[in-house]
Write a protein that binds this ligand. Structure first.
Ligand SMILES: Cc1ncc(COP(=O)(O)O)c(C=O)c1O
Length: 392
């Protein structure tokens, strides 16, 4: 699959194992962007000439692709710059519209990315945490705990960006039939079929750059009845029907949430990336990933002084902590030798401090371009690194 990604032609032999941060882009997505600027570029919605209509068509058909991919309606998809913007837009709009109030009960989990933690910490006076174990799975007894909280809103990730753990969303819905459930699908959307209708959540956000599309584009889904109650967060051009000196009528959904010139290039690239993923198919993606995770776990488990953080029921993300070599030294050594992994707290300080109890971890995360050779190169270089630091 590497031949579909021009980056690997310019950097042959590179073992790119940092797809949870961002993915490389396939040829078809790069061509799509080039094609958009060569043949269709113009601002959307406001022009009456053919080029403007083509640009609008590009943008709106991309929305349709995203909606179909997630099995929701087109008007329920708001284009954003990514997961972070989507969750900020949602939390602020819910508050501004009095759908939630600061005193309501909010539940999140201990492993949330800061993008799905800080927005809720800001709009609620307090957030309650469901505890997880070191592999990111919810601790036994979580069902009773969740029920007892009786939350107004639950915000949680579908898949963890540290351990890959996939949360039991349908079970959560059964336990809290009336709660507003917000799903951070940033780490699941490129790895497994995400059917939002089937999961029955009220809102979900993701970033295009984690699913082989350009940076700066993403989408927020909000169920129509809830979306219709919401006040916009950003205001400006392109989102009103009428402005008078003392009166404003917002545009229809979802346009009323998309103030300003949108990222048409990004939306177009995202739609193409989604088609690329669909052409491969999630069955194949899971097969590739499961095999590589198996190999990776075997390699890591063969080492001493190592703690591995990965859920058996997870996507292709594995983190670890070596007791003798600092995570940053590991990542630097690997990086200098053509292996890209990430070290740090991965924007999950609560998880690292309170659950894993380590200052940082090294994270290995997979994409469709990874191969057994990448895992071998990673494991060999990691062994060299450990040996190097044990002597120095
Ligand atoms: C689970 C999760 N949520 C949210 C984000 C934030 O995504 P972005 O920086 O693209 O907005 C990330 C990015 O790493 C993530 O892994």
């Amino acid at each position: 699959m590497k031949e579909r990604f021009p980056m690997f032609a310019t950097k042959p032999g590179l073992a790119y194992l940092d797809s949870a941060s961002t993915t490389q882009k396939p040829d078809v997505v790069l061509n799509q962007i080039q094609n958009y600027y060569t043949n269709r570029n113009s601002n959307v919605h406001r022009g009456l000439y053919p080029l403007a209509e083509e640009s609008t068509e590009t943008y709106e058909s991309a929305r349709q692709v995203v909606a179909r991919f997630l099995n929701v309606e087109k008007e329920e998809i708001i284009f954003t710059s990514g997961t972070t913007e989507g969750l900020n837009l949602l939390s602020e709009s819910l508050l501004r519209s009095n759908v939630i109030s600061p005193e309501d009960v909010c539940v999140i989990t201990e492993l949330e990315h800061h993008s799905n933690l800080l927005p809720w910490r800001r709009v609620f006076s307090k957030v309650n945490y469901l505890e997880v174990d070191e592999n990111g799975d919810l601790l036994e007894g979580w069902e009773e705990k969740l029920k007892a909280f009786n939350p107004k809103l639950i915000a949680l990730s579908h898949a963890s960006n540290v351990t890959g753990a996939v949360h039991p969303i349908k079970k959560i819905r059964l336990i809290c039939p009336d709660a507003i459930i917000v799903l951070d699908i940033a780490q699941s959307v490129a790895h497994m079929k995400v059917d939002l209708k089937d999961l029955d959540v009220d809102a979900a956000a993701f970033s295009g750059h984690k699913i082989y599309s350009p940076m700066g584009i993403g989408a927020l889904f909000v169920k129509k009845p809830l979306l219709e109650k919401l006040e916009p967060f950003k205001v400006g051009g392109g989102m009103i029907r009428e402005v008078r000196k003392d009166e404003i009528i917002w545009d229809e959904i979802p346009s009323k949430f998309e103030a300003g010139t949108p990222n048409v290039e990004g939306a177009s690239g995202l739609a193409r990336a989604i088609k690329f993923v669909e052409e491969i198919g999630f069955e194949m993606i899971r097969e590739i990933e499961d095999e590589l995770v198996f190999d990776l776990m075997l390699e890591l488990r063969s080492l001493e002084n190592i703690r591995i953080f990965h859920s058996n029921n997870g996507v292709g993300v594995v983190s670890f902590y070596h007791e003798k070599v600092h995570p940053h030294d590991v990542a630097q050594y690997l990086g200098d030798n053509g292996v890209c992994v990430r070290a740090g707290h991965h924007c999950t300080q609560v998880l690292h401090r309170d659950v894993l109890q380590v200052p940082a971890t090294v994270r290995v995360s997979l994409g469709v371009y990874n191969s057994r050779e990448d895992i071998i190169k990673f494991a060999e270089t990691l062994r060299e690194c450990i040996e190097f630091y044990s002597k120095n």
